[in-house]
Ligand binder design. Sequence first.
Ligand SMILES: C[S@@+](CC[C@H](N)C(=O)[O-])C[C@H]1O[C@@H](n2cnc3c(N)ncnc32)[C@H](O)[C@@H]1O
Length: 498
Amino acid sequence: MASSSPFLNPSARSRPGDLAIVLLARDSYQPITLEQSTGVVDGYVEGKVLNTRFGSFPHSTFLDVPWGSQIRASHVDTGSRGRKRKLEASGEDTSIPGADDETKDSEAGNQLTRKAASAPSGFVHILKPSPELWTSALPHRTQVVYTPDYSYILSRIRARPGTRIIEAGAGSGSFTHASVRAVYNGLPQKPEDKKGKVFSFEFNEDRYHKMQDEIFEHKLADMVHLTHRDVYGEGFLVEGKSPEATAIFLDLPAPWKALKHISRRRPQKDGETPKPDNGDWISPLDPKKSVHICTFSPCIEQVMRTVTELRRLGWVDVDMVEVAHKRINVLREKVGLNLPNKKGCNLTPANVMESIDRLKVINEKTKDFNNAQKEKDGDAMAVDPSDSGKANGREEEDEKPWAQGRVVHRPEGELKTHTSYLVFAVLPREWSEEDEAAASAKWPCGKETKTIGSVDKAARKQAKRELHHMYEMEKGRKRQKRSAGEKQAIGEVTQTST
Ligand SMILES: C[S@@+](CC[C@H](N)C(=O)[O-])C[C@H]1O[C@@H](n2cnc3c(N)ncnc32)[C@H](O)[C@@H]1O
């Protein structure tokens, strides 16, 4: 069964009830849930309206358009809302008979929403939600994990369709959305169905509730199980059962305190000898698979404590990575002396000829100035440097503004500030006597009765014969060589004796 979440199965066109990301300007996003209004909303006769610095946008203008469309601002009539505000400012009684009627009408669904007329104030783009856009647009409740980090983390912890991930803490849900998309392989039909799923844990009650609301709004409730819990003390079981996870991501202030619960055996205190489980301890891990973990810590002291604890608990392949992400900007650069002095234009010579022309102008100007000084008429000739190479400038003018100049790519001058250190490790699956016996029965090692592969008995015999033949040939050649050598030696001896 397929999910209806816009993050997993988006529609081709925007629909009422969809989450949409409104792109206001570069790196400026506004998430909204699209509403189909049937009457006056908040005083607007156009229905629900998004107000931005680029103008007002009734939701009706965002609906039933292909994702990525440019939407122009609209003239909106504030109606009773405007009148109410004016009265509030003047301190008069704010109950306006007309306004109340309007609201009542709208509540009753009697007053129809008026069609919006476009305004020249500006435009925005409406974008289909994705985890990357959500990370840029989400309301920050905490420090979040950004796309360069989480894309690398998800690949290292082997998150793929069908994987079951444990995540703590959930925070603002940035990593949660990215991991849901990574593990999604359809919705579970029955509770025992083992489909890809994210088991998320958050300790802060306010964040837990906000995150829970978001999961429902984004139609991800079948894919994300959020638990309000302190994982240091209470571990990672969900309603007393094991999530059977194979991938773990810990974005916690002290990840080493939670590691004891991510074990295949009952957690031991430091220095304590392991006790038998008696079957009363449940591990949150998949017993049949290796488990990959990543912990996210901003400082090296936390990394060291985590690594020590990982080693103590038997994790292997422990390593640490820092993602130093650099954005490369692609832009059109207009270089030349004859360009208008405006944004995006670099007023330096574009080539050697242009610099020679410029030098000629400067020399000419200096000569004229000196001549003028000599003649002492005090009227130095003014030379307009922009006179030279006009043709070049006109050429540029003929081109469309967006096609002018050269396309260049340039990395940002500075690396983004350090985000975090990523510690990775693997906990191999446990291997019992029974597992060894089962593997030996399936793949008998050292007791082979027949050759593995496609070579049959006749072919093997033939190969043996050929080998023997080659051996005999080689032996014959060596014998011949030896007897020829002996004959030569005898001849030499005979010659010297005569
Ligand atoms: C940095 S935020 C996580 C951000 C998140 N990874 C994201 O991408 O949005 C860390 C979260 O861990 C939670 N937290 C701290 N200690 C916890 C604990 N013992 N159990 C569960 N959550 C905890 C905090 O409340 C906080 O929301």
